[in-house]
Design a protein around this ligand. Structure first.
Ligand code: ZN
Length: 664
């Protein structure tokens, strides 16, 4: 079989598996087998760049950087919908419809997904572009990011129109959202507020590889286009399904407004059984002919109506306010509630965020409070029922001292949170830092868990993460639930962590605001902990994408003698505190300060390799040509509009060979 055919077959096969998994929820091969096939395709594509296809299943992993999102005018305006909140509203709507159209009216009822609206344009079965709703007339083009969403087909199936728009909602399923938040909490980061904002925020991330990591989904509900050969809304949903889109099967065709009301009542009660959030129901006149007769008002179609559910709230008693200390010393107040049923779960605690929040709502112990739940892990308090407040009620006095170590709290200027400054001996901070150090994304120490860390600290065996490297099997065995074998694993796991590369060690140190991505950037720029340790504020903010807040935190971290000592200890124990030599050998600063745009298909290197070459040599890669572009590296089949733009801006266009010569 020739290579092109082989690539084509693999792409088709992977598309089908993707469809089985994400659209039908019915995978027929294991994740491992899927990954192997994907790797095989990746390798073939890299070796044969002439068969490049921007809609290949390998493009799902992202990697495109978008600095500025282009504004695109929608071919068909994206109207908003009129809202209704009661049975009467819906009955009034029906009356208005019956005055304007003759004959029976059927309705399509659909769930109102709570996410970010999106318009996808397909041409010849391929995704051409994805544009956010924006103001309804024009939105932002976010194609690179949307391509990473597995439920968005890159290549359609069956008998699709030549060109059409399809609208849907990008959502974050509740489980995926909770998992993302659990990770953030483990990293001592503020959890995301709700799935909807997180989904819409994801679409505007600059790095599509970051978007690919988020478990977003796209649920479709409306097709727009010319000569589509579709006569009802419900038929449109069926067709979209057949072309490979994810269209939830809860949509229902009904014959009367009474049936609409039944649908509304059913989902108001059962919405918490869905894997994603909905905030209501959308009702549409089913016949497109009747829709046309009804037309639009200035801002909304007359043939559709959104029915909004009431946000679910309950009232309960706030028994006590307690305070948690995170690994960075951040204090989080927590409301301990009289347990109450809300949105399908029993709620016992609610987040109070910070002192300002408590003061703003004047929340007091003993109050009857209203609690609301979005997709948050813990719900929030909306307001206080002042009519139930007793005469002896006292305003909440925010704690002054740390609940764990009694040190006086500080509140840095411009920050909402209080912190315990007792860095070196506040127990949750000490334990939390070591727990962070050993965590999966940091040093990933096998055989050592969070509870064992707490035990080790309590027993006085360790006081910081450098102490881990001095632990012996004999010291560990006497610990609770520790057998000889597990003690051995623990010590071996710690030993093995000496091979973890510098960038992850840097993340593991737990410097505030130095997350995984920032750690990578700093490691790449400074190449060793020694260089980073001596970097000044000015030095640091000069590094790409390092802001003042991070710079300040890094300087502060290394200004502590204790931290410097711990780092020295790590060094003595052989932990990787510089970029390894072979990685360094391929890196230069030759392209420093230059911004490149890469376009077209290349002969000797793949597009990704080319981008990596630019970055390894100190250059920046951007996805669109602007006055800030230094060079365009053009391969075969470079887009004509890009070429014109580059020429208009007088930007030098380099051939692949010319670029490689510059590097040599
Ligand atoms: Zn403390």
């Amino acid at each position: 079989m020739n290579t092109q055919k082989k690539i084509q077959n693999l792409r088709d096969e992977l598309r089908q598996h993707n469809y089985n998994y994400y659209i039908l929820d019915n995978p027929t091969i294991s994740d491992y087998e899927f990954d192997m096939k994907l790797k095989e395709l990746q390798a073939l594509e890299e070796a044969n760049p002439e068969f490049f296809d921007e809609n290949s299943p390998t493009k799902r992993v992202g990697g495109t950087i978008t600095k500025n999102f282009n504004t695109v005018v929608h071919d068909f305006r994206m109207y908003s919908l009129d809202n209704s909140y009661s049975k009467e509203d819906l009955l009034d709507w029906e009356k208005r419809i019956k005055k304007m159209v003759d004959g029976e009216v059927q309705y399509t009822c659909e769930l109102k997904y709570d996410g970010a609206s999106m318009n996808l344009t397909y041409e010849n079965g391929k995704l051409l572009r994805a544009v956010t709703r924006g103001d309804g007339v024009q939105g932002d083009e976010v194609t690179a990011n949307v391509k990473t969403i597995n439920t968005v087909p890159l290549q359609l199936k069956g008998d699709y129109p030549e060109r059409f728009d399809i609208r849907g909602e990008i959502i974050l399923p509740i489980k995926g959202f909770q998992k993302m938040n659990e990770e953030r909490i483990a990293n001592d980061e503020e959890p995301y507020r709700n799935p909807r904002n997180t989904a819409s925020g994801s679409l505007k991330l600059q790095d599509s590889a970051e978007v690919a990591k988020r478990p977003l989904q796209c649920l479709l509900y409306s097709i727009k286009g010319n000569s589509l050969n579709i006569s009802t809304q419900f038929e449109g949903l069926d067709k979209a399904r057949a072309w490979g889109f994810k269209v939830p099967k809860e949509a229902k065709l009904v014959n009367s407004i009474d049936e609409v009301l039944n649908y509304v009542a059913y989902w108001d009660e059962h919405r918490h059984n869905l894997p994603y959030e909905i905030d209501g129901v959308v009702v549409k006149v089913n016949s497109l002919y009747q829709q046309e007769e009804l037309g639009f008002t200035a801002k909304a179609p007359r043939w559709a109506m959104a029915y909004k559910f009431k946000a679910e709230q309950v009232s309960t008693k706030l028994n006590k306010i307690t305070y948690q200390v995170g690994r960075t010393g951040a204090i989080t107040p927590v409301a301990n509630l009289e347990p109450v049923q809300l949105a399908g779960t029993i709620v016992k605690r609610a987040s109070l965020h910070n002192a300002d929040q408590i003061e703003k709502l004047d929340i007091r112990e003993g109050d009857e409070v209203y609690v609301e739940k979005g997709g948050e892990i813990i719900p929030k308090i909306i307001s206080v029922d002042l009519s139930k407040r007793t005469n002896d009620s006292q305003p909440t006095e925010y704690i002054v001292n740390c609940p764990e170590c009694d040190t006086e709290l500080i509140r840095p200027e411009g920050e909402a949170k209080h912190y315990c400054p007792n860095y070196s001996s506040c127990p949750p901070q000490v334990v939390g830092r070591i727990q962070h150090y050993i965590s999966r994304k940091a040093m990933d120490i096998e055989g050592l868990g969070g509870e064992t860390v707490a035990l080790l600290v309590n027993e006085g065996l360790i006081t910081n993460y450098a102490d881990l490297y001095e632990l012996t099997i004999e010291q560990v065995i006497p610990l609770e639930r520790m057998a000889e074998k597990s003690a051995e694993n623990l010590v071996n796991g710690i030993e093995a962590s000496k091979q973890i590369p510098f960038e992850r060690v840097l993340f593991a140190l737990g410097i505030r605001y130095v997350g995984e991505t920032v750690a990578k950037k700093l490691a790449k720029h400074y190449k060793s902990i020694d260089a980073l340790m001596f970097a000044s504020m000015l030095d640091l903010v000069a590094v790409d994408e390092i802001g003042e807040r991070i710079a300040e935190s890094v300087v502060e971290f290394f200004s502590s003698e204790e931290n410097r000592n711990i780092v020295e200890q790590l060094k003595l124990h052989g932990v990787q505190l510089r970029v390894s030599a072979d990685k360094l050998a391929n890196q230069t600063e030759k392209l420093k300060g230059q911004t490149f745009v890469v376009s077209g298909v290349f002969e000797t290197v793949s597009r990704n390799e080319l981008k990596k070459l630019i970055e390894d040599n100190g250059g920046k890669v951007s996805s669109s040509i602007s006055s800030k572009t230094s060079y365009v590296v053009a391969g075969d089949k470079m887009g004509p509009s890009k070429r014109i733009k580059a020429e208009n801006l007088n930007i030098t266009i380099l051939t692949e060979q010319a670029f490689l010569d510059v590097l040599r």
